[in-house]
Write a protein that binds this ligand. Structure first.
Ligand SMILES: [Zn+2]
Length: 183
């Protein structure tokens, strides 16, 4: 018989059961650990790899579900991997992102638009330009600002922003003088 796939309902039920019987479960685990014929299985990456290969679809599904349940932790993990790949130093956690969101009052670090509906994580000094992955080099931005900034360092991006403001204000001036609103 095929193994039944764990659903979200199963997960919640298991959690509920665990909460309701926590003491019993912990006592049982402790007794098992302390019994004379208890052998702790060492973590074997080869066994883990084999299990994963044999249950690939299930593993992928549960990983996907975990990512959906933990968007901020996922973001932090992805960034950590990326930083390691780029040889950057440092890492930040999902709590750092929450703290930043609070510090920036839920607004984009560059244009001050609300980022309540979603944000990008920007490296103020880009990783490609020796920026670190430490929380103090991180800004939360609205998606358009992050796309515009890309790998620019903050000074370069400042110029782009100035150009943007310039063209924006020139455009407003034009409208004022000509009354033509289309570019
Ligand atoms: Zn922005």
């Amino acid at each position: 018989m095929a193994k039944r796939i764990r659903t979200e309902v199963d997960r919640l039920r298991a959690k509920e059961y665990y909460e309701a019987n926590k003491e019993k479960i912990l006592a049982r685990q402790k007794a098992r650990r302390e019994s004379p014929d208890y052998v702790k299985k060492p973590y074997d990456p080869e066994v883990r790899r084999k299990y994963r290969a044999e249950n690939l679809e299930r593993e992928k599904k549960s990983e996907r579900e975990w990512r959906l349940r933990n968007p901020e932790r996922t973001r932090a993990l992805v960034a950590k991997k990326r930083a390691i790949r780029k040889g950057a130093e440092g890492f930040y956690t999902s709590d750092d992102l929450k703290h930043l969101f609070y510090k920036q009052r839920g607004r984009c670090a560059y244009c001050r638009e609300s980022i309540g509906h979603g944000y990008h994580v920007d490296h103020f000094q880009p990783l490609s330009k020796q920026g670190s992955n430490w929380p103090w080099n991180i800004k939360l931005t609205c998606p358009p600002c992050n796309m515009r900034k890309k790998d620019k360092d903050p000074v370069e991006y400042g110029y782009t922003l100035l150009e943007l403001f310039d063209s924006h204000f020139n455009h407003l001036e034009e409208i004022k003088h000509t009354g033509i609103t289309t570019l």
